[in-house]
Ligand binder design. Sequence first.
Ligand code: BEZ
Length: 215
Amino acid sequence: MTLQLGDTAPDFEAETTEGVLRFHDWLGSSWSVLFSHPKDFTPVCTTELGEVARLKPEFDRRNVKVVGLSVDPVSDHHAWSGDIAETQGHALNFPLIADASRKIADLYGMIHPNASDTMTVRSVFVIGPDKKLKLTLTYPASTGRNFPEILRAIDSLQLTARYSVATPVNWEEGEDVIIVPSVSDAEAKQKFPGGWKTLKPYLRIVPQPGHDGAD
Ligand code: BEZ
């Protein structure tokens, strides 16, 4: 069955480049990004893993734990990690799951047989502190992902969780946001004492809470 937004991220135990990982225990109360890459020793994957290593402080700042996965053995992950450091200038600084049995790939639907029987697609699962799936993405093997966009989406998810706001098209950090429709005007007065702009009753714009002191 396909995993859907709002589902609990399935728990598992896995061998990784940093030892055995018990997923739910490891998550604790953090946010998380679990992402798959098709295969070790491949060019696009090499660039992606270097980029995630470069961005690790940005994930840390948002209280997000990152973990990669492919269906290669851990010995390959270790051997390949030297190439990532050498060519991308950033050494792996987060765990890579070795899912040679495909147990986790199957649990999360990361193998799409009509794309490839043997490799995982480029899946992304953003998981909240409640262990529920907040966002999923699926890219084909030939298209490297845009990890700054994943950070941007996490910023949006975290704003929604904290302040009951949604983010409009192409939103970037610091720009105005939208009061979610489930918040009444009476509730909005409490939450956004600085006021908001009503373009339509369902389209209420407010400065981003928590940005530069705004609340
Ligand atoms: C890559 O990471 O470059 C890649 C992996 C599998 C198929 C195509 C490209």
